[in-house]
Write a protein that binds this ligand. Sequence first.
Ligand code: NAP
Ligand code: HSE
Length: 453
Amino acid sequence: MLVVSLAPAADGAKYASELGVVTSAPRPLNVGLIGLGTVGSQVAERMLSWGPQLSRRAGVELCLQKVLVRDVAKRRTIEISPDLLTADPSEILENPAVEVVMEVAGGDEPMRSYIERAIHAGKHVITANKVVMAKHGPELLDAAAGKNVDVYFEAAVGGGIPLISTFRTDLQANRIERVSAVINGTTNYVLGRMASAGLPMADAVREAQEAGYAEADPSDDIGGFDATYKLAILASIAYEIKVRPDEIYREGIEGIEPVDFRYARELGYAIKLIAHTQRHPGRVEARVHPALVSLEHPLARVEGAENAVFVEGDLVGQVLLVGQGAGGRPTASAVVGDLIDLARSIRRGVQSRPSFSFDDRVGVIPIGEVKTRAYYRIRVDDRPGVLAAIGQVFAEEGVSISSFIQKDAWSHDMTVELVVTTHPSLEASLQKARERMARLEPVHAVSAFLRVF
Ligand code: NAP
Ligand code: HSE
């Protein structure tokens, strides 16, 4: 006899009769939530206001048992009973009634320790925490496997876009060759507002914070750290190797000036923060930096806080996954989706997804050995021989020029701006050319250096 435990009764009975199964007394799945901010409040709101629907899909009643916050007296954006709130982590982590811990607080410590404590206590974990998963994911997943519990982290990468589950299930027949992505909603929003409305970066960042896209410290977004954590997670899953965030080359968007958007557009490009990883023999490439992206490329058309992930697998070919990469509601969609999936497998007593195994022996290629195209904006004296001197530096570094354009001129100091794009070259040579040009007597500044994607 197949027995399933369903609740609440009305929905459960309907579900059971649809399946033609026999119900036993319902035993709810008790969940502890850590964090009630932008994401946590949307997770709680969904669980509290849509309980019967979620429980029916999970096949078991989902019960929000306790919510851990820093300050229980703080005004909340949702209506929640004060009895549910606690500032004491042990009320969740050491509570034998809690079977699933959902962590949507963020940051490395104490959240890494909380997740570890939950696993050691035999609890399943769902987290949106990319910092913890990027830095400690393989160890936590190993610990979870040892305790026969699962760690789900769909919301850690790409907000509401189903990425982890796609890699973990639908694409598992593939050898993944490369992943290129716009994976930070805040920087994409900021770059978009700077390009379209001419907004100063600080104002655009403030808007992204107000919309709930930014990390607690927005320099995590602007500096490319958030995208680096996400790329570390994606690359680790895609290749089943351990890619640590500190192995990934990282540059943020801080140095981009309004004029670069104009020049880029004239050349047929948008500027995006790109996270890119690619398989090479015995090693992988992994880098995060702003780049000029051809207006023809789908990643150039990603707007606002959207994310887009371009995956190439040997069987499937190219797949593009697009959606809202930041914000409370899209992220809650991923967290609560994980909970339903997890609840179903707990109920069936099986792991619904294959577990990970990570090969330690594959390293990341140093950035100097990577081949890429580049864009330089150079302010120089407007006099004979300057172009020749610059051309000579590129030639001596083995860098082939793709386009060389003289742009704006300033009559007060007789300077002009040159914009140079190159063919693919070794990053080390591109950097050497940049340093050598900056030292040339007629060069005032190499004002911008960006890769062309
Ligand atoms: P948030 O708005 O800053 O909220 C953080 C919540 O965690 C707050 O409720 C805070 O409590 C609580 N908290 C923080 N430290 C705590 C501690 N030591 N003990 C107990 N509670 C603690 O953050 P968020 O934007 O919701 O982000 C949460 C997580 O989701 C982060 O890992 C983030 O990277 C990830 N994420 C966010 C987004 C997004 O668009 N926001 C998207 C994807 C993933 P108080 O309210 O009492 O201060
Ligand atoms: N701060 C992150 C972003 C939130 O802007 O993409 C989603 O992880």
